[in-house]
Design a binder for this molecule. Structure first.
Ligand code: COA
Ligand code: AMP
Length: 640
């Protein structure tokens, strides 16, 4: 060390190591896993010229998540706790019990002809069988694609058509607070709509609402499970896909993010120590849903690969039965790390602003609360910090990366928190802020948040059967970089601030949705000439979609009737989760002279922000139209 230079901190050391010697760094991390054949090659390009990790490593993710721990003498340790306030059921599964059940589910799938590389679509509520189905696919080397239960049949149909599954696995119903939602009719409708037909649909009957089965195609889970022989783990290459998870892009067609087996396991294992600082026998609770990436990574795979107890919670932060639900679960199961979205805590805060419910529970086991899915807004950060007296940690990631790009690496070094920042890049991620020309933006200057390639293990290598979309959507804008779709900046201390999406993706209650897709649905209404759907700020859910529609010439229609039809249409085609509840008729939309709708300006008006009318605007009076319908005539405005 040269005289006078400050020694590097633990975080800087580790970050530097991953930057300067990535192959050595990730080889060392890979050694924490039990491979059938350890990788000799650490990083190499595939046929698409995409960097792939551990290409000659052989392993099985289900082995790492279950059998390995049993082999290590930890079969009696609790792998999964199912806590379901909506049904009143609580169950505990040891590693041994979970492995045995997963092996039988794998046997059941194998009986139906599912083999390595085949796809299986899973459309299930938050029940242990959803976890078993995922791990059973992994056991066979089959590729699962879990679809969130809040999506409507058309969304499920699109995913079935793209993934071409041999089998679909579902349950007879989901339970949303007090509503019982029959799932089977939704699956039937989706299969009817889809051009691809699975051979079989496995249905887990729940007592709250039993489904009618079609004898030829449908299989009763319970019967098939009882008759199934346990199936062993099938060795796969590290680069073989583990799952496809569809996520919203800018168009109506969701993108099938592909996750490989080896890089995923290595990255998740590393994250459990480096990011979450949780010990092997710790209790980890990701209060999300298996239908989202958080659920894949941190309800199922990471906690189990690390040997933790994971909590699978079938409930909500509020109303199941009250805003004390999260704290009750933390106390009862001695949770060490809680992970959820800021919106969940805003919901709790709304119902229990003084934190009275919280005060009734013992949170002594809880080390830290992690948040992701949307920016952790400072008021929510401060409220949770104040009420819980625990470290509250924002971290930024995406379906595409599968784990945190930036965060507070609490297992390496707890960095000081800056409200509004996701903290610093996690070792392995090289975060750059680029301007339109692809040049590095100045400190504190906003730009495109991009990741310098190679991406670390765990990140997507392609889009399912559409590699061109991967190239055009993420890689071609700035050669050598992956473009995240988020805008943001780095400050003088290297803290990353994510300021929101720069594309047509919005974030509603931590759920990623495409306004482009909503526009396609709204625009297809026979009365609508054109439309714009934008995300406006919402106190609880972060953002909510709102539609502005222009009627076709000569069409006269009652505005409320039209709004009702559009709301119904979006709910019907995307699902209740879209939360599309507002549509307004305007005479015209603000556009540039080249015809581009000024969505950003509309959003700024709707959010009551200061905005400037772009000099390229075609018709400045169109702005007044938006102000009129939003009743924002007094909104601050600058004209340029
Ligand atoms: N199956 C069927 N329907 C579902 C569903 C599922 N799995 N999940 C949500 N829905 C429905 C809801 O019932 C609701 O329907 P409604 O319009 O008929 O009331 C609609 O989809 C909207 O759901 P949601 O946005 O979740 O609103 P909510 O009012 O039910 O709950 C929160 C709001 C904030 C409590 C909840 O969204 C939450 O806990 N979010 C944070 C955790 C999270 O899931 N984050 C994701 C990534 S970490
Ligand atoms: P998803 O792929 O559904 O996980 O959504 C990813 C998107 O959610 C990101 O591109 C961001 O826009 C947003 N997001 C997730 N976590 C954060 C965070 N901690 N801060 C800001 N935005 C976030």
């Amino acid at each position: 060390m040269s005289k006078g230079r400050k020694p590097m901190s633990d975080y800087q050391n580790e970050y530097q190591h991953a930057q300067t010697q990535p192959e050595l760094f990730w080889r060392q991390q890979a050694q924490a896993l039990d491979w059938y054949k350890s990788p000799v090659t650490i990083l190499a390009n595939d046929a698409n010229e995409i960097e792939r990790w551990f290409p000659d490593g052989v392993m099985n993710t289900s082995w790492l998540a279950l059998d390995y721990h049993i082999e290590q003498g930890r079969g009696d340790a609790i792998a999964l706790i199912y806590d379901s306030p909506v049904t009143g059921v609580k169950q505990r599964y040891s590693y041994l019990k979970l492995r045995d059940q997963v092996a039988k589910v794998a046997g059941m799938l194998a009986e139906l002809g599912v083999q390595k590389g085949d796809r299986v679509v899973i459309y299930m509520p938050m029940i242990p069988e959803a976890a078993m189905a995922m791990l059973a696919c992994a056991r066979l080397g089959a590729i699962h694609s879990v679809v969130f239960g809040g999506f409507a049949p058309s969304e499920l149909a699109v995913r079935i058509e793209d993934a071409e599954p041999k089998v679909v696995i579902t349950a007879s119903c989901g339970i949303e607070v007090t509503k019982v939602l029959p799932y089977k009719p939704l699956v039937d409708k989706a299969i009817m709509e889809s051009r691809w037909k699975p051979n079989n649909v496995i249905v887990l009957q729940r007592p709250q609402c039993e489904a009618e089965l079609d004898g030829a195609r449908d299989v009763d889970w319970q019967t098939a499970f009882q008759n199934a022989a346990p199936h062993d783990c099938v060795p796969v290459l590290a680069t073989d896909p583990l799952y496809i998870l569809y996520t919203s892009g800018t168009t109506g067609k969701p993108k099938g993010v592909v996750r490989d087996n080896g890089g995923h396991a290595v990255a998740l294992k590393y994250s459990m120590t480096a990011v979450y600082n949780v010990p092997q026998n710790g209790v980890f609770w990701a209060a999300s849903d298996v239908g989202w990436v958080v659920g894949h990574s941190y309800i199922i795979y990471a906690p189990l690969i690390h040997g933790c107890t994971t909590v699978l919670f079938e409930g909500k932060p509020v109303r199941t039965p009250d805003p004390g639900a999260f704290w009750r679960v933390c106390q009862e199961h001695r949770v060490n790390v809680l992970f959820s979205a800021p919106t969940a805590f805003r919901a709790i805060k709304k119902e229990d602003p003084e934190g009275r419910a919280l005060a009734e529970y013992d949170l002594s086991s809880l080390q830290a609360i992690f948040m992701a899915g949307e920016r952790l807004d400072p008021p929510t950060l401060h409220w949770v910090e104040e009420k819980t007296a625990k470290p509250v940690i924002d971290h930024w990631w995406q379906t595409e990366t599968g784990w945190a790009i930036a965060g507070n690496p609490t297992g390496i070094e707890r960095l000081p928190i800056k409200a509004g920042s996701a903290t610093k890049p996690i070792p392995g991620f090289d975060v750059a802020i680029l301007n339109e020309l692809g040049e590095s933006a100045a400190i504190n200057q906003q730009g495109y948040v991009a990741l310098k390639r190679p991406l670390p293990p765990g990140c997507l290598p392609t889009i399912w059967r559409n590699h061109d979309r991967f190239e055009s959507g993420y890689l071609s804008q700035f050669p050598g970089y992956y473009v995240s779709g988020d805008g943001g900046y780095l400050d003088e201390e290297g803290y990353l601030f994510i300021m929101g999406r720069i594309d047509d993706v919005i974030n509603v209650a931590g759920h990623r949705l495409s306004t482009g897709e909503m526009e396609e649905i709204v625009g297809a209404h026979p009365a609508v000439a054109e439309c714009a759907v934008i995300g406006v700020h919402d106190e609880l859910k972060g953002q909510l979609p709102i539609g502005f529609v222009v009627l076709k010439d000569g069409v006269k229609m009652d505005e409320r009737l039209l709004a009702g039809e559009l709301i119904h249409k979006v709910r019907d085609e995307i699902g209740a989760v879209a939360c599309f509840k507002q549509a307004m008729v305007v005479d015209r939309l603000p556009k540039t002279r080249s015809g581009k709708i000024l969505r950003r300006t509309i959003r700024q008006i709707a959010d009551g922000e200061r905005y400037s009318v772009p000099s390229t605007i075609d018709d400045p009076t169109s702005i007044n139209e938006i102000e009129r319908v939003l009743d924002r005539t007094t909104s601050p405005k600058e004209t340029c």
